[in-house]
Design a protein around this ligand. Structure first.
Ligand code: NAI
Length: 311
């Protein structure tokens, strides 16, 4: 039997946390043969709710779940973790300046970065979900210099999956037959969802999405804005922001990173730039990547067609 892996979820009493922890405990993130110990961190005002989540995890009797740590202590939460999913943070509220959100997150991510650096398992893989995800990941990376740069990533897989979903709906094909869309940039409305390398598996082989859709106006217009603005559309419909899709995509991100991407398939991950595609080195930016042996690699040589430049 495999040794359990310890998975930290910060902000675990929140909406994404509530959707995410049962997926992890079911083996969706690390595989159906991988036992897990969940570490859940939240802040003192949410401690009681966090304990309620722990009670439900016990009640669900997940066979793979070998332990639960529910705490408001950052050090206890970070100790020995192999995977850290950072969902907690200070979201931008109405009337708040961007710089105010930023300074709140700098102090949160500074503390959590130091705790991870000092107490996490060696080679701990970090995924930042909390917005602004790219910036929070950058802050974490800067304040945890002994964690390798390649171990700090942010979530753009939700945008990637949204793009797959839109193509599948449009063509009435199985989403599992669509692959190789790319999200370039940030998890924000400035991202560029790119279908120029995407394909669909058909009975007569793999075909380019552009050829099958055969409607450049839709691909260059509505498709892009739908993916970019999907988060806002979910809030409008549900009155809460995306949670189950964010949680599921976080599992996809870690699963592919740890267990590898299928041959011929790439996925989007926010990773530190090595200067590829002219993106300044050190920024956390979403690229197409393949994963193998627990390491991601930026796919090189994609021709980037810039259709619209925001000014
Ligand atoms: P939520 O407000 O329901 O939950 C956030 C939780 O974090 C709360 O329980 C809160 O008490 C906790 N928290 C706040 N400060 C903390 C700290 N210093 N340490 C530990 N926990 C802390 O929010 P929700 O809906 O779960 O979203 C979480 C974050 O994920 C938000 O920042 C949201 O914008 C972001 N998000 C990112 C997506 C992506 O694709 N990258 C998609 C959807 C949401």
């Amino acid at each position: 039997a495999k040794e359990p892996m310890r998975v930290l979820v910060t902000g675990a009493a929140g909406q994404i946390g509530y959707a995410l922890v049962p997926m992890i405990a079911r083996g969706v993130m690390l595989g159906a043969d991988q036992p897990v110990i969940l570490h859940m961190l939240d802040i003192p005002p949410a401690a009681e709710a966090l304990n309620g989540v722990k009670m439900e995890l016990v009640d669900a009797a997940f066979p793979l779940l070998k332990g639960v740590v529910a705490t408001t202590d950052v050090v206890e939460a970070c100790t020995g973790v192999n995977v850290a999913v950072m969902v907690g943070g200070f979201p931008r509220k109405e009337g708040m300046e961007r710089k105010d959100v930023m300074s709140k997150n700098v102090s949160i991510y500074k503390t959590q970065a130091s705790a991870l650096e000092a107490h996490a398992a060696p080679n701990c893989k970090v995924l930042v979900v909390a917005n602004p995800a790219n910036t929070n990941a950058l802050i974490l990376k800067e304040f945890a210099p002994s964690i390798p740069d390649r171990n700090v990533t942010c979530l753009t897989r939700l945008d990637h999956n949204r793009a797959l979903g839109q193509i599948s709906e449009r063509l009435s094909v199985q989403v599992s037959d669509v692959k190789n869309v790319i999200i370039w940039g940030n998890h924000s409305s400035t991202q560029y969802p790119d279908v120029n390398h995407a394909t669909v598996k058909t009975s007569t082989g793999e075909k380019p999405v552009r050829e099958l859709v055969a409607d450049d106006e839709w691909l260059n217009g509505e498709f892009i804005t739908t993916v970019q603005q999907r988060g806002a559309a979910i809030i409008k419909a549900r009155k809460f922001s995306s949670a189950l899709s964010a949680a599921s995509s976080a599992c996809d991100h870690i699963r592919d990173w740890v267990l590898g991407t299928p041959e011929g398939t790439f996925v989007s991950m926010g990773v530190y730039s090595d200067g590829s595609y002219g993106v300044p080195s050190g920024l956390i930016y979403s690229f197409p990547v393949t994963c193998s042996g627990g390491e991601w690699k930026i796919v090189q040589g994609m021709i980037v067609v810039v259709l619209k430049v925001k000014t």
